[in-house]
Design a protein around this ligand. Structure first.
Ligand code: AMP
Ligand code: GLY
Length: 419
């Protein structure tokens, strides 16, 4: 049973299906595209009672909880108590994503490199502090805010407006009652997903997200408009520093503090001139990072997940292909703002790419758009230029009205390679 219903979950479902022992696969709630690969059941990812009842009734052998909300609500704790083994952190470990204040303080306690910061639950104190820091500065809501709770303020008035929006106008609800104000860091970003059983950590292949809606990294922040893997900035040197200064200390400190993290721990890193620093932790697979990382995983995914659950990851080899992959997100025009939906999607049968469905539903036997991010089109090839060419070739043959996608996914990665 896979909990969730986006492109990430589609990629997880497709990978789990490669294991011959997976004979019955459910996705809650799934979507119109996932329904072609798993039995989708209309139970929301945050309906923990509904999920538990379904799991018991259907004698689920193994559960994968993919999104942040059910993890933060304690879905894994609940399922485990009912005797159902799970992939995903318990609530007390999911807090590493669910509270930015927790994450920042953890890093401070254990000397893990990150942006300098202060936390506030009092608006007057936050506003006074802003007057003392250089601009640009970064204002973050403490809690989960659908990736929108981060504001990079170029000027003092912008920073003050961000603090007021969070703390006085409650733009992010309870998530903004506490805030973090942190130093603005510069450098290329790297996403590293990892498997960890609380003791051992095995990083997956690195990737690069493209968070802004517009080409040339302009416009609003989105959930992610495309990804490539591997990330050329993640050299063996950087990887070793990350392992020593960030990955191992994070896993050890969580275990030492009595909240071992088991599942997929996601490191959002920035490669600054002083070395790699943590921008954020996520307690789950990234979306759309998963759509480029899992296609390169050669080891059976279920086998690795079960090794994590059973805390024997040290004995489980995890092997990635040395190919490259690229994922282009096809979104509804207007996303991340308002957009129209209900448009019919045409996907040719002979594409040389995987299509992971994020925001589409089945209507009269056809797939129609139903969300902001609609499809993730992933191609794998011997190198990044070939993977990108193949992904865009597929994108150009897929059709739905008012489709929007970036033409420049991978451009920065290609430029980095040439330097
Ligand atoms: P987060 O939700 O924390 O990942 O933040 C979203 C995006 O904001 C990140 O991917 C970065 O591009 C940017 N960001 C967050 N924190 C900082 C920072 N301290 N300095 C510069 N950019 C940041
Ligand atoms: N792609 C960024 C995330 O999953 O949070």
């Amino acid at each position: 049973m896979v909990i969730g219903g986006g492109g990430r979950e589609h990629a997880i479902v497709k990978k789990l299906k490669e294991n011959q022992s997976v004979t019955e696969l459910y996705c809650l709630p799934g979507n119109g595209g996932i329904a072609r690969d798993a039995i989708c059941v209309g139970i929301a990812a945050v309906d923990l009672d509904g999920i538990l009842a379904f799991a018991k009734e259907n004698k689920i052998d193994y559960a994968v909880v993919a999104p942040d909300d059910p993890l933060a609500l304690g879905a894994v704790d609940l399922l485990e108590k009912a005797g159902i083994p799970c992939f995903g952190p318990r609530k007390d470990a999911a807090v590493i994503e669910a509270s930015k204040v927790f994450a920042k303080e953890l890093m401070k306690r254990h000397g893990i490199p990150t942006a300098r910061y202060e936390t506030f639950d009092d608006m007057a104190a936050a506003l006074a502090y802003l007057k003392t820091v250089p601009m640009p500065t970064v204002v973050k809501a403490d809690g989960l805010a659908l990736g929108k709770g981060v504001i990079i303020a170029q000027t003092l008035p912008e920073a003050e407006a961000a603090v007021r929006a969070m703390m006085a106008d409650h733009r992010f609800g309870k998530s903004g009652e506490r805030i973090v104000v942190e130093e603005f860091l510069e450098g290329p970003e790297i996403s590293v997903l990892s498997f960890t059983d609380g003791k051992t950590i095995i990083p997956m292949i690195s990737s690069m997200d493209h968070k802004r809606a517009g080409e040339g990294d302009t416009g609003l922040n989105t959930g992610g408009m495309g990804t490539v893997a591997p990330n050329p900035y993640y050299t063996p040197d950087v990887a070793q520093r990350c392992m020593e200064e960030i990955f191992l200390p994070t896993v050890r400190s969580m275990a030492d503090e009595g909240r071992p993290f088991k599942g997929c721990l996601y490191f959002g890193l920035m490669l600054t001139k002083d070395g790699p620093k943590v921008i954020e932790y996520n307690c789950r697979f990234g979306d759309p990072e998963t759509q480029v990382v899992l296609p390169l995983l050669k080891t059976d995914l279920l086998t690795v997940m079960q090794a994590v659950t059973e805390e024997r990851l040290a004995d489980c080899p995890v092997v990635f292909s040395d190919a490259a992959s690229a994922c282009v997100i096809m979104a509804s025009q207007g996303y991340p703002g308002a957009y129209e939906k209900g448009y019919s999607i045409t996907i040719p049968a002979d594409l040389e790419a995987e299509v992971y469905v994020a925001g589409a539903k089945e209507k009269d036997g056809r797939l129609v758009t139903s969300g902001g991010r609609v499809l993730g089109v992933t191609a794998v090839a011997e190198d990044l230029p070939a993977a990108l060419a193949r992904a865009y070739e597929a994108v150009d043959r897929i059709h739905f009205d008012h489709a929007y996608f970036r033409r420049d996914i991978g451009k920065r990665a290609l430029a980095a390679k040439e330097n």
